[in-house]
Design a protein around this ligand. Structure first.
Ligand code: GTP
Length: 407
């Protein structure tokens, strides 16, 4: 029978100070502190070669994050490589350290079966490194290299997801915020994009893949709510990248020129680039960082600790593990103590035996010497008696009489 203990209710009283005391300034304090500290964001890009990954990153941050590439000079990679490019950006006095993790080689081989593996290993290794630093005594300078979001580039085939896309997303969705994008969407017509998006979303839900979606809180202000709903409706984002400007009538735009017209990257009617940038940088960057820390990393961390606890067979409770280790240590100490006691007793016994032996030897020698002395004394007394009686010492009494020495 379990009786539920009723918790005493602590009354919460709402009060307004009579004058301004200052805690309304707290957001400003946080603001100042974070400006001083700066921000850091780690973005991973995955997709087959030539899908426009580096161009899109340069377009997103409006600067050359990626150095200029000479595709002809490059040797195609033989394995999937993980490369990090770090750029320090500044906008209106706000500093952002941007780490872009590229994965050249993904999907470029004849057999791409395990292409997801080195990428998952890399993401988990970053979690492990963070966990290790957290467990150290000195946690002042934790280097956070965890991946906050992964842009997954889908080839503009117009059909549906490829088995490689599904496999990758299924393997990684519980470790990273997945943001699928349709690459080079200018190669598809408007109708093709609508159909392609629908089929991709069907595949995603059929395979129970969890992609990142901005959370919709009904108590958000109507404007934010509307913005978030619009972002969700555009997913997966059909993007176009272009880091060069072209002439469009009387102004310069970032876009691509075709015989039939111009694609303006920054025009929401032409592609979803603006919506992607809005979510990734303007409205949800902090949310992506938070979700990585509080949900994705937390799940990884607790699973890892439970698994390491199970190695000891106690269900993962560190206190139980400590108790068991303590008991084992105590048993070891008791055994060592008993062994030392035994050795000590043995040594004492050996010493005792030795002493007894030398005592007996001494006694025997004493007895022998005493007997020797008694014999010597007896002989001396005999000699003395003979001398006194005039006989030559050592001559038997009978022979002395016979030879007529004495009258
Ligand atoms: P790798 O480094 O080989 O992985 O290539 P990548 O995915 O980084 O592609 P990159 O950005 O180097 O672009 C490859 C080619 O595609 C370049 O010639 C770009 O100009 C072009 N390109 C990039 N984005 C787009 C796009 O949105 N539409 C079109 N049509 N072409 C694009």
């Amino acid at each position: 029978m379990s009786a539920e203990v009723e918790q005493p209710q602590i009354p919460i009283v709402k009060k307004k100070p009579n004058c301004f005391v200052g805690f309304a300034n707290l957001p400003n304090q946080v603001h100042r502190k974070s400006i001083k500290k700066g921000f850091q964001f780690t973005l991973m890009v995955v997709g087959e070669s030539g899908l426009g990954k580096s161009t899109l990153i340069n377009t997103l941050f409006n600067t050359s994050v990626y150095p200029n590439k000479d595709h002809n000079a490059e040797e195609p990679p033989k394995t999937i490589q993980i490369e990090t490019i770090t750029t320090n950006l500044e906008e209106n006095g706000i500093k952002l350290k941007l780490n872009v993790i590229d994965t050249p080689g993904f999907g470029d081989f004849v057999n791409n079966e395990s292409s997801w593996k080195p990428i998952l290993d890399d993401i988990e290794a970053r979690f492990d490194s963070y966990l290790e630093q957290e467990n150290k005594v000195n946690r002042k300078k934790i280097v956070d290299e965890r991946v906050h979001a992964c842009l997954y580039f889908i080839a503009p085939t117009g059909h549906s997801l490829k088995p490689l896309d599904i496999e990758f997303m299924k393997r990684l969705h519980h470790r990273v915020n997945l943001i699928p994008v349709i690459a080079k969407s200018d190669l598809l017509t408007e109708e093709e994009i609508v159909g392609f998006k629908a089929r991709i979303m069907e595949d995603i839900s059929y395979n129970k893949i969890q992609i990142y979606r901005p959370p919709i809180y009904e108590n958000d202000d109507p404007e934010t709510l509307q913005e978030n709903k619009e972002i969700v409706l555009r997913m997966p984002f059909a993007v176009v990248g272009c880091d060069k400007e072209i002439d469009a009538g009387n102004k310069k735009i970032r876009g691509r020129q075709y015989p039939w017209g111009i694609i303006d990257v920054d025009n929401e009617d032409h592609c979803d680039f603006i919506k992607l940038r809005q979510m990734l940088i303007r409205t949800h960057m902090e949310e992506l960082r938070e979700y990585t820390n509080e949900v994705l990393y937390e799940n990884y961390r607790s699973n890892k600790l439970i698994a390491s606890g199970n190695e000891f067979g106690d269900g993962g409770n560190p206190l139980t593990r400590f108790e068991e280790e303590k008991k084992a240590h105590e048993a070891k100490m008791t055994k060592m103590e008993a062994e030392m006691k035994m050795v000590f007793q043995q040594k004492v016994q050996e010493k005792k035996n030795k002493l007894m032996q030398s005592d007996a030897d001494l006694h025997a020698r004493h007895k022998e010497m005493k007997e020797k002395l008694i014999n010597q004394r007896r002989e001396l007394e005999e000699t003395k008696r003979q001398l006194e009686s005039g006989a030559r010492p050592g001559t038997p009494e009978k022979s002395r009489k016979g030879k007529g020495y004495f009258k």
